[in-house]
Write a protein that binds this ligand. Structure first.
Ligand code: DGL
Length: 275
């Protein structure tokens, strides 16, 4: 039976809109309800326990507001720590960023000569050691070096600076270690960094392949809904609603860095002030 309910997508801020964009491309007739916990951004420097509290609260709130048929956790930081707990708490299908990232890395390693892979993510994602644990699934012949770089300050760059300024190039140049600049493939291990891809690509080796898992997330969403016969059968273009926990004006500006389509933004004024 087709389902008219929306797909829920959540992140600490606007970064997850890069995933929304890919889902919209793949599934143009699905409504999407997004939640950005802008009052608590950034998550990547918080303790795992507090991230769990914030993530479960956001997931439950989004399901209650939207009756979404599935949830996409468009945040690596939450996904690497608490995806299973969120799925257990909600009882609807939940997709995170790690399996799609594994797909993306396997894909590039199968197609190109890759000796080193850089991973840019938040401190909390690096601390989870998730890519160390799943590396044998990605690099089955143990031939690829993995270089992880905690890049949390880049979240603030995306949320706070003008992405077209020449200062951005200087900051990135200073911030990225040589080992990342020289890698053969680079995983965008934080959804915020999708907005930096045009600038990042100028810092890397011209042959470096940038892996953004967003399209792989979209195909996981497609398969999950298709297998459960829950795809929408509407022929009207989707609606995109974003719930945010603070500062609507600011979010509307930052959202434009990720998505051009019409976006209805609703600020939940009491969300951050209650348990
Ligand atoms: N966009 C989030 C991620 O993918 C995290 C940004 C943050 O809140 O630190 O990890």
């Amino acid at each position: 039976m087709a389902s008219i309910y929306p797909i829920g997508v959540m992140d600490s801020g606007a970064g997850g809109l890069s995933v929304v964009k890919a889902i919209k491309r793949a599934l143009p007739y699905e409504n999407i309800h997004y939640f950005a916990d802008t009052a608590h951004l950034p998550y990547g420097i918080k303790s795992p326990e507090f991230i769990k509290y914030l993530a479960l609260k956001m997931a439950r709130h989004l399901v209650a507001l939207s009756s979404c048929k599935m949830l996409v956790v468009a945040c690596h930081t939450i996904s690497v720590w608490w995806l299973r707990e969120i799925e257990q708490a909600l009882g609807i299908p939940v997709i995170g960023m790690v399996n799609p990232s594994i797909d993306g890395l396997k894909d590039v390693i199968a197609k190109k000569p890759v000796k080193s892979v850089g991973i840019l993510s938040t401190k909390a994602t690096v601390n989870s050691k998730v890519y160390e644990k799943v590396w044998p699934l990605i690099d089955i012949h143990s031939q690829v070096a993995r270089i992880e770089h905690a890049s949390g300050p880049l979240v603030s760059l995306v949320e706070e600076t003008d992405l077209t300024s020449s200062d951005l190039k200087i900051v990135l140049d200073y911030f990225l270690p040589q080992s990342i600049k020289m890698c053969d493939a680079l995983l965008i291990g934080c959804t915020h960094f999708s907005a930096l891809i045009p600038s990042l690509s100028k810092m890397l080796k011209p042959s470096c392949h940038i892996v953004d898992a967003a399209d792989f997330v979209a195909s996981h969403v497609h398969n999950t809904l298709g297998n459960a016969s829950m795809l929408s059968n509407s022929d009207k273009p989707h609606k995109l609603i974003a719930y945010i926990s603070d500062n609507k004006e600011r979010f509307q500006i930052i959202a434009r860095r990720f998505i051009e389509d019409e976006l209805i933004v609703k600020e939940l004024r009491d969300y951050a002030r209650t348990n």
